[in-house]
Design a protein around this ligand. Structure first.
Ligand SMILES: NC(=O)C1=CN([C@@H]2O[C@H](COP(=O)(O)OP(=O)(O)OC[C@H]3O[C@@H](n4cnc5c(N)ncnc54)[C@H](O)[C@@H]3O)[C@@H](O)[C@H]2O)[C@@H](O)CC1
Ligand SMILES: Nc1ncnc2c1ncn2[C@@H]1O[C@H](COP(=O)(O)OP(=O)(O)O)[C@@H](O)[C@H]1O
Ligand SMILES: [K+]
Length: 481
């Protein structure tokens, strides 16, 4: 699992590290990493390093210092370097001196637009982890002139470091070089960061427990249930799906079909769409209600069940079974409007809620807002449930405080019914006995892979995402180191 640390924790770790390090050494190490990536980008985008031009956008702090030092290193490789100082009197003293010694040019803000517009590369050292709020107008005006690829130092300026939120002018980078550890912005707003390159500055020993996690493919592969020689259809966990209605039979077909594809073993269906489910998935044992469905190890409840009396009864029946439940779609609306339905749940029984933004707002009374991680963490605590917030970037919080982030693999999953496919995956992994937080995260990972593989560059239906689940699982198993 990869760790991600908030800027407060990075700062504390940096302070501990600085106590035993020569002044300036860390910054030079960081800046050297920036220069290596800048040279690589010049080579890729402008066909050479020597003789090409880079403009540094330099803010008032150490982030600007990194850019200035990187400029001095680039001069040694024959790059023409010019720096725009947003606050000349506050520019990093040693960095500026190093750039000047190396023959780098310092531009006034007035003369900078043509230089920025014609540069082969722009290095964004406007602001780093001390950034608060969108770019200030003077910085935003410079960014408007950029035509070249952008290398961001630590993070793209204007993007909130701990939330990834963009609430005004901000840099869009092709690549970001960060130091010591990944910060939330890198996983919560990968589009603005471009490729993220991590430079080791010796911080790892000082970091402590991560604030967020990202699953590696090896984690997903290790968690994905595989039948063993002594397994039969029951021992791997039977998934129950309570979904669909006369109006929405498709939700039942998608959620239960997804569970069939996710794991070996068995899927039971309970609801009014039993005939259509049997027709699509002859391997499913389908009945009319949860009461006569037989034993399962986890229930998926909600997709297409409706939000009236019948839907509430279905959800209450699932919650009352004493096994883990993934409550999705209409189940979330029912919980939002009739929270007493949760009385059917024994508080020790795992519950996974999988809202999209609208359902989240219904459930909690307010939309997730810019701090999506904070919002999901609070909801997990409030409902004593794992909460998976859907979106381009999926966030999964456990009531014990663990949070993981699953980055999108394109946006093809923004299609009707793809959420039903996700709930089937979560349910199957719960039935297999995975820790609910991990089950939700692993399901989100394979769901995103299935979306990418199913689409393969053109729009894909939810049924197409479902059909790509075996390829996604195959991909995970093949990529396992
Ligand atoms: N502490 C260390 O040992 C290291 C720090 N490093 C660098 O230092 C950076 C942090 O440096 P600082 O703490 O000096 O702070 P920053 O350089 O992140 O920001 C400092 C200045 O940016 C300005 N600023 C804040 N918000 C802004 C906005 N929205 N628009 C425009 N300007 C804004 C403020 O005037 C502030 O003084 C890191 O991101 C990293 O790049 C690296 O050199 C690695 C080592
Ligand atoms: N722009 C996007 N990029 C990537 N994934 C997305 C995007 N929009 C939605 N998704 C994913 O698609 C799924 C949609 O689920 P949901 O909104 O419940 O749809 P439905 O109710 O139609 O099934 C979620 O897994 C969500 O994370
Ligand atoms: K920056």
């Amino acid at each position: 699992m990869r760790g991600i640390w908030t800027t407060d924790h990075i700062r504390q770790a940096e302070e501990r590290l600085l106590a035993g390090t020569l002044e300036g050494a860390l910054m030079r190490r960081a800046a050297h990493g920036v220069a290596i990536q800048a040279a690589a980008m010049l080579d890729e985008h402008a066909g050479a390093v020597a003789g090409r031009s880079a403009v540094l956008l330099v803010g008032a702090g150490n982030n600007g210092g990194d850019a200035l030092w990187a400029g001095a290193f680039l001069r040694k490789r024959g790059v023409g370097v010019a720096a725009v100082l947003l606050a000349p009197e506050k520019a990093h003293t040693q960095g500026l001196a190093a750039l000047k010694r190396s023959g780098g040019r310092v531009l006034s803000v007035e003369e900078s637009p043509q230089w920025i517009a014609s540069a082969d590369l722009v290095v964004d050292g406007i602001v780093g982890i001390a950034a608060r709020g969108p770019l200030r107008p003077d910085a935003a005006a410079l960014v408007d002139h950029i035509a070249a690829p952008v290398l961001a130092v630590d993070l793209p300026s204007g993007v909130e470091p701990d939330t990834g939120a963009v609430e005004g002018p901000a840099v869009s980078a092709n690549r970001t070089v960060t130091f010591g550890a990944r910060k939330p912005v890198h996983v919560l707003n990968p589009e603005r960061c471009g490729d993220v390159v991590l430079v080791d500055i010796g911080l790892s020993g000082e970091l402590g427990e991560p604030d967020l996690f990202q699953l590696d493919v090896a984690d997903v592969a290790a968690a994905w249930p595989m039948p063993g020689p002594s397994d039969d259809k029951y021992t791997q966990g039977v998934t129950g799906v309570a979904a669909g209605s006369a109006t929405y039979p498709g939700a039942a077909v998608l959620a239960s079909g997804s569970a069939v594809h996710a794991t070996s073993g068995m899927v039971r269906y309970a609801g009014t769409s039993a005939d259509v489910v049997r027709w699509h998935w002859p391997e499913i044992v389908a009945t009319g209600s949860i009461t006569d469905a037989g034993k399962v190890q986890a229930w998926v409840a909600g997709p297409g069940i409706g939000t009236g009396r019948e839907g509430k009864d279905v959800l209450a029946a699932a919650l009352g079974k004493g096994v883990p439940v993934c409550a999705d779609a209409d189940a979330i609306t029912i919980i939002a409007h009739q929270p007493d339905v949760l009385d059917a749940r024994d508080p020790g029984t795992p519950l996974v809620l999988t809202p999209h933004d609208g359902e989240f707002a219904r459930l909690t009374g307010s939309p997730p807002g810019p701090d999506r991680v904070g919002a999901v963490r609070a909801a997990a605590d409030r409902f004593n449930a794992v909460v998976l917030l859907k979106g381009h970037c999926t966030i999964v919080a456990d009531p014990d405080g663990r949070v993981l982030v699953n980055a999108a693999r394109g946006s093809w999953l923004a299609t009707a019914g793809s959420g039903d496919v996700l709930s089937g995956l979560v349910g199957a992994l719960l039935a297999a006995g995975l820790d609910p937080w991990l089950a939700a995260g692993v399901a989100a990972d394979v769901h995103a892979r299935a979306g990418q593989l199913g689409a393969d560059g053109v729009p894909v239906s939810a049924a197409g995402v479902l059909a790509a689940i075996p390829d996604a699982v195959r991909q995970v198993r093949a990529l396992k180191p």
